[in-house]
Design a binder for this molecule. Structure first.
Ligand SMILES: NC(=O)c1ccc[n+]([C@@H]2O[C@H](COP(=O)([O-])OP(=O)(O)OC[C@H]3O[C@@H](n4cnc5c(N)ncnc54)[C@H](O)[C@@H]3O)[C@@H](O)[C@H]2O)c1
Ligand SMILES: [Zn+2]
Length: 403
């Protein structure tokens, strides 16, 4: 069976300019009003496509049937996404002749537990999902990580398709094959690398996402510009409102993000080097998230935004980049409604010693030295494996005093 896929413009075909005209998309006629962006994750015999566009969930069945003729599917989702988007996914698969079962977990990070994982595995086995069948992860990063890990191990490995429904999942967690659940001792400590066979990112699904979740996901979008593409950051700065309101600018922002992640993952799938750049803002961010107890007090993306602002300010303090550039970044994050200062930490920020302790628990401090992602400029991040912890502590203490 062939699938009518219209390839979107490639990275170099997309022109970015400050006026915000997106070459590849704007030039197409009205007959092609649902442009599809395609990004290939080049991983040899495990290569796969990410398709991005509004309304794409309706094409899920045809795309899945092309990859898995005659297979049946288990859709794993959560109880917030199910009433919103499960019917559309089931209908699309049914229309292509694919029989489905559903596995609905409770929404939230709590589902990424051993108990939640056991329930998903037992449900897949109980529904006789066999080696040739496949799993569809319909949801945010929690569902993607949980369903992906179950797919990695049930019957020693099932194919799976990601249908991410949060901005964070569309630009980050659904791409790159990291899957995991949490241990009592920390997040994402039990998992596997298991690449999906397809990612269908329907940007229309984000219309139902609470604005706070959208903003949090946006912190990961802007991260790609900040770590490796100053032109993309400038484009985001000029098109922020359009990205938030939906339409072609949103698709483009997601496509550029996926393309950057795909390229990095293709070069360094198992994070032996370059993939660590994706942790920009995450060293401070994880400590802040942990200080907030991984609760709704501070969402992951909010912690990353704050951590990114701190990473830029720390880089400026080290004389690595011009203070004006750090200020440009924090202004942009603030415009996106994201926290940028420790004063924004809900319920009062933790002290410098507590933050250092949390970074140490995160195994980021070795013999008084820290591995950090620092910046030479916007778009020029690098891995600094040997940052003096005392300097970081002094910087945090000063920030906490001045907040
Ligand atoms: N595997 C990776 O590479 C990777 C990368 C980054 C993050 N993660 C993981 O991702 C998880 C966070 O993902 P997340 O931010 O997507 O959180 P999430 O999956 O918990 O989703 C956030 C909330 O939004 C709801 N939701 C999802 N889609 C919706 C929609 N379209 N409309 C309305 N509500 C919707 C969910 O039910 C949930 O309540 C964490 O567990 C993190 O560890 C994994
Ligand atoms: Zn992140």
């Amino acid at each position: 069976m062939t699938v009518p896929i219209r390839p979107g413009p490639s990275a170099d075909q997309i022109e970015m300019d400050r006026a915000g005209s997106v070459g590849g998309l704007a030039e197409r006629g009205p007959a092609e009003c649902d442009p599809v962006e395609m990004v290939r994750v080049a991983l040899g015999d495990r290569a796969y496509d990410i398709v991005i566009g509004r309304g794409l969930v309706t094409s899920l069945g045809l795309r899945a049937a092309a990859l898995k003729p005659g297979a049946k599917a288990a859709i794993v989702t959560d109880d917030v996404v199910a009433p919103l988007h499960l019917a559309a996914a089931e209908a699309a698969l049914a229309a292509a002749g694919i029989a489905t079962i559903r596995v609905v977990v409770a929404a939230g990070e709590g589902a990424k537990s051993f108990a939640g994982f056991e329930r998903v595995c037992e449900a897949l086995i109980g529904a006789r999902i066999e080696r040739g069948d496949f799993v569809v992860a319909l949801g945010g990063g929690v569902v993607g990580d949980l369903a992906g890990f179950a797919a990695a191990v049930v019957r020693r490995g099932l194919d799976f398709i990601q249908v991410p429904t949060t901005l964070l999942a569309q630009v980050d967690s659904s791409v790159g094959g990291k899957t995991a659940i949490n241990s009592r001792q920390g997040k994402n400590l039990v998992g596997a690398f298991h690449q999906p066979i397809l990612v269908v990112a329907d940007t229309g699904l984000l219309d139902t996402l609470p604005i706070r979740e959208f903003r949090a996901g946006y912190a990961e979008v802007v991260k790609y510009g900040l770590l490796g593409d100053a032109g993309f950051f400038a484009w985001l700065d000029a098109n922020l409102d359009e990205v938030f309101s939906g339409g072609p600018a949103r698709e483009k922002a997601i496509a550029v993000s996926c393309r950057m992640k795909a390229e990095i993952v293709a070069r360094d799938e198992r994070e032996n080097g370059e993939r660590a750049l994706l942790n920009l803002g995450h060293t401070f961010g994880h400590a802040l998230e942990a200080a907030a107890g991984f609760s709704g007090r501070l969402l992951h993306g909010e912690a990353v935004a704050l951590g990114t602002a701190l990473a830029f300010e720390f880089s400026a303090r080290q004389g690595l980049l011009a203070p004006g550039e750090a200020a440009r970044v924090t202004r942009h994050l603030a415009r996106a409604g994201l926290p940028i200062s420790l004063a924004d930490f809900p319920g009062g920020a933790p002290g410098a010693d507590r933050l250092m302790e949390l970074m140490a628990q995160d195994k980021k401090v070795k013999r008084g030295r820290l591995t950090f992602i620092l910046l030479r400029d916007i778009g020029q991040a690098y891995i600094a494996p040997d940052v003096d912890a005392a300097q970081v502590r002094a910087f945090l203490a000063e920030k906490l005093e001045s907040k």
